[in-house]
Ligand binder design. Structure first.
Ligand SMILES: [Zn+2]
Length: 355
């Protein structure tokens, strides 16, 4: 009898959150939730497997950088003054962590800052010293694969897509892939670095040391002997430099939340798809698996992004130090303006694309 009632499609029920509906509504909702869960589970298994295979089959020309923000560190003193106890005036340190994988082995990094910014521009300031080190140590590395989680405020947004398709080339890389791991499946390798750094800091304070500022923390960590982690300091100015780099107008990228891989081999040009694929990584090619979607991030309605016309009567804008994208032979190139001579711009390190 009871089961007959339940089979009735119009039977109303009340959910534990107070909402009401019919059994049919419930069925639809259940299937939707199940589908979400299945996609999430599929993505997690797929991404994890892709990352594992990539790391095992790296070529001489590739580097994988797995990154994450560690929770901010609140600076401490062994004999904490009252103000520290009662006024929330403890200085916070931003700790960004990275694990580098190459054919030569694994290396751990933290980049520390007193800037509390965790946005995509700050991310690139935190990546800069590591990317420079990679290029200086292993000049044969041409492809950079980044792995991160996917918060839209940090790593998964069009400004980051723009930065990855410009800054990485200025650092000397020719190909970039940015890969998003699926959320809520435990912490990855970078989390261990953040934990180790905080343990060192707490031990130092317990033994009578004082860490009043983020810079104190950085200096303590760099002086510590026997550490296998490399530390870099990131100041506010180096973050602001990236603010100037991102144009005000960028093409909107549809379905950003679903994106799990962004690829670029050309300035401001990206391909994205819902899962990562590295099946042609050794040949440095973007495969066509999982329907990659191409996007030109330069908003064509914004003239400042195409080759700037020489200003007619206004005084010329000072472009020195600025990053520009110029179109030459119908291909976009990225460069940094060294000096403005009359109407000609000399740009440094023009990125030549591989077609
Ligand atoms: Zn593929």
């Amino acid at each position: 009898m009871k089961s007959n009632y339940l089979r009735h499609p119009l039977l109303k029920f009340r959910g534990n959150n107070g909402s009401t509906g019919t059994i049919e509504d419930l069925k639809v909702l259940f299937h939707k939730k199940l589908e979400c869960l299945a996609i999430h589970q599929f993505n997690w298994i797929h991404q994890t497997e892709q990352f594992r295979t990539l790391k095992q089959n790296l070529t001489e020309a590739e580097a994988v950088l797995h990154i994450d923000f560690s929770e901010n560190y609140a600076c401490k003193m062994s004999t904490e003054v009252q103000a520290y106890h009662f006024g929330g005036s403890r200085k916070q340190a931003t700790i960004h962590t990275a694990v580098l994988y190459t054919v030569h082995g694994t290396k751990s990094y933290t980049t520390l800052s007193d800037s509390l910014r965790h946005d995509e521009r700050a991310v690139w300031a935190h990546l800069e010293p590591i990317l420079k080190e990679i290029r200086a140590t292993y000049p044969q590395i041409m492809t950079l694969h980044v792995i991160s989680d996917g918060p839209v405020t940090q790593y998964r947004n069009k400004a980051n897509f723009y930065l990855l398709s410009t800054v990485a080339f200025l650092s000397g890389f020719k190909h970039v892939s940015w890969n998003y791991s699926e959320k809520s499946h435990g912490k990855g390798a970078p989390d261990g670095i953040g934990g180790a750094v905080k343990r060192d800091a707490n031990l130092y304070v317990r033994r009578g040391g004082e860490l009043q500022t983020p810079l104190d923390l950085y200096e303590m960590l760099t002086k510590k002997s026997g550490s296998t982690i490399t530390h870099y300091w990131v100041n506010e100015e180096s973050i602001q430099k990236y603010d100037e780099l991102v144009p005000e107008k960028l093409t909107a990228v549809k379905g950003t939340l679903k994106i799990h891989q962004v690829l670029s081999s050309q300035a401001a040009q990206i391909s994205h798809r819902e899962v990562s694929c590295f099946c042609q990584h050794a040949e440095m090619k973007t495969c066509l698996c999982y329907q990659p979607v191409k996007v030109d991030l330069r908003d064509t309605t914004d003239n400042s992004l195409s080759t700037p016309e020489p200003p007619k009567k206004q005084p010329p804008q000072d472009l020195s130090g600025k990053f520009v994208i110029v179109t030459y032979d119908e291909l976009p190139y990225v460069g940094q303006v060294l000096q403005v001579v009359g109407e000609e711009n000399l740009s440094e390190q023009p990125h030549t694309t591989l077609s």
